[in-house]
Design a protein around this ligand. Sequence first.
Ligand SMILES: NC(=O)c1ccc[n+]([C@@H]2O[C@H](COP(=O)([O-])OP(=O)(O)OC[C@H]3O[C@@H](n4cnc5c(N)ncnc54)[C@H](O)[C@@H]3O)[C@@H](O)[C@H]2O)c1
Length: 350
Amino acid sequence: MTGEGRLADRSSGRGSGEIGVAALGAGRMGLTHIRTLAGIRSVRVLAVADPDPEAAERGRAIARAERAVTDPLEAIADPRVDAVVIVTPTSTHASLIEAAVTAGKAAWSEKPIALDLAETGRVVDVIARSGQPVQIGFQRRFDPGYMRAKERIDAGELGRIETFRALGRDTYPPSLEFLRTSGGLFLDMAVHDLDLARFLVGEVEEVQAWGANLLDDRFREAGDIDTAVTLLRFRDGALGTVETARHSAWGYDIRTEVAGSEGKLVVDAPQKTPATFSRRFGFEADHFENFPDRFEVAFRRELEAFFDALENGRTPAPGPAEALETLRLAVAVTRSWREGRPVRVADVTA
Ligand SMILES: NC(=O)c1ccc[n+]([C@@H]2O[C@H](COP(=O)([O-])OP(=O)(O)OC[C@H]3O[C@@H](n4cnc5c(N)ncnc54)[C@H](O)[C@@H]3O)[C@@H](O)[C@H]2O)c1
């Protein structure tokens, strides 16, 4: 039986229409997602799991869940759990998604499925065999700006797409400890802009990347870079650039432009508070600090969309196959930087 069928049976069986949820991981992002879950009408959080009992209890209290547990598998196994929300460290996503879908549960997981193409491909196959609905957390696809851009592009209002330009600049550089397991600048950070390139323009044929260490020695010690420029050649002939940096002295800086024969779309967010102060030829506004404030709406909408899809029997998106193709693109870019040569995305098979 598919997840949709099981969910439909379960809701009608209980008569409440509620989707029973296990939330795994109650760290920085986990608490953000648990706050959202607590506000979704169709969701009832049954358990919050985190190996740190204090974190699990914090999450339980926010979700008003029945139980806080330290073992995620115990939470998944509860027969009343229909869907599992995974916001644990990256290295645990693959095994927890696999545990959820093989137990017959739908799953929503933070990106990525894994940092490795072979492991991601294996989990994508397991998900396909299970027939369970799965969504991966590329939240920018749910930002009101990017949603508007997608609608206009898909409606053909830009005409033939000629160029894509994205810039991503994080406010705070990560710790050396985080960098060592992050997968590197392209898999951890530029991946959001690469996903947007695929989402807004289409598949990429070939990439060429340059990287630099301009910030501090942590990045060199981790075998990583802190600043990069990537060139993209899309399958349909359009060209693109992605600029990525791990530090910003002025605030979180995410900008995107898609230009075509009939018009251009710019997604910009230079100002956080909708108030400006102008005086003596000067102009003041405030910047977003980081991803939690810039993408607050998107983080909420991606989970709402997942549960809306489950409730209405639609396939949630972006799904595992999308996550696999975005990872393939990020691996191609990493390879291009490391090997100092252009890389065709189709050649990246493992
Ligand atoms: N989409 C985005 O923009 C975005 C932004 C930040 C983080 N993330 C992703 O979210 C995930 C979590 O990041 P974070 O910043 O919240 O990390 P974090 O370290 O703050 O929190 C992780 C939590 O998971 C718990 N945990 C560890 N192993 C577990 C297990 N097996 N089962 C249940 N809980 C477990 C930890 O105790 C911790 O409380 C990462 O994969 C990260 O890549 C995505």
